[in-house]
Design a protein around this ligand. Sequence first.
Ligand code: ADP
Ligand code: ZN
Length: 209
Amino acid sequence: MRIVLMGPPGAGKGTQARRLADSTGMKHLSTGDMLRAEVAAGSELGLLAKGFMDRGDYVPDSNIIAMIEQYIADPAGVLLDGFPRTLVQAESLDASLEKAGLPIDKIVHMTVDTDELVKRLSSRAVCSDCQTPYNLVSNAPSREGVCGKCGGSVNVRDDDKPEAVLNRMKVYEDLTAPVLSYYQLRVGVTEIVATGTPDSVYEKISQAI
Ligand code: ADP
Ligand code: ZN
């Protein structure tokens, strides 16, 4: 299966994609995680990407497509998280999948009110080693700054700082909302209200797919 999880920053795509990947064996492909790994490794792509990411802007389409292209036909099935985010990326994905003879099985759009998104992002922290998400208000690590899962360090992402968050919301509206309209016509989009506990959202998505 090939499933695309869409939704604004803070909707919980990464959290849900990781759980779905664990329970189904599908591959979790997160362009955000891949880029953060490049930044951490200090690669050429990472150096280029960091400037865009810290401001809350998108990394250029050509870099994103080159980075992810080789993984999207994985025979285990894929859960796409954070890709495609622009019309150019969507068209590139469609062309690659068509060439491989693979359809997109489901597009899930996770919706959350803007107020709630801003609240979530301002209290979000993440393990820089295993990417486990934490919430500093409702789900803080039991030892401050230390990941309970792997012992790595838990930090607030630079792009979750308030100035970058507002820009990310705007960029999402400008560049990613059109991708939803594009797929509404071509594939169909399943809407999921992604408020409530991670468990209840997981139930809804599992049912939808
Ligand atoms: P979120 O969904 O919370 O914004 P991600 O971890 O998916 O977070 O992405 C973090 C940042 O990485 C984005 O703000 C953007 O700069 C960059 N990025 C991730 N995926 C893409 C993509 N498909 N196209 C362009 N930039 C991307
Ligand atoms: Zn960890």
